[in-house]
Design a protein around this ligand. Structure first.
Ligand code: AMP
Length: 137
């Protein structure tokens, strides 16, 4: 399967679509999930065009996981959460819906995931949570 450079996350990286960003550098972007599975649900993506984790060059994967850890540390303090689920779906068969590799950081429990219907989050609330995480970075 070829990488589609018109996928939503590729367009967010190019600033063609809006996102509530919490972190950005030359290689990685982190932003709030638009349909959070828990308050503070954040996505971390490498800027390298790759569909799944399996397509991502190891050096990009290694750098991205460092940022995943950095965001998780900030999230733990900023949101005062005890547990964070790190989720990464590789392939539509696994449930991946956006064909650009991404890591979910979900301040919740694996036992709670999937229990609640997903819906658009309150954008103002999501922005406020993003500001808290950014302040800890
Ligand atoms: P996955 O099912 O692992 O592919 O996850 C894709 C995630 O991207 C879902 O949690 C969606 O809520 C989220 N998502 C889709 N579009 C956007 C968007 N424009 N901004 C932020 N998050 C998005």
């Amino acid at each position: 399967m070829l990488y589609d450079d018109q996928n939503i996350f590729a367009r967010i990286i190019r600033n063609e679509l809006p996102a509530i960003k919490v972190y950005e550098d030359e290689q990685v972007l982190a932003f709030m999930d638009i349909m959070p599975q828990a308050e503070g649900h954040t996505l971390v993506i490498p800027k390298t065009p790759a569909i799944t984790l399996l397509d991502l060059p190891p050096d990009a994967a290694a750098y991205t996981i460092q940022i995943v850890q950095k965001i998780a540390q900030a999230m733990k303090v900023a949101l005062d959460v005890q547990g964070i689920v790190l989720m990464q779906l590789s392939g539509a068969s696994a449930g991946q819906t956006v064909p650009h590799v991404h890591f979910h950081l979900i301040p919740s429990s694996v036992h709670e995931l999937g229990k609640h219907a997903l819906c658009m989050g309150d954008q103002e609330r999501i922005k406020a949570l993003a500001e808290k995480i950014k302040a800890e970075l």
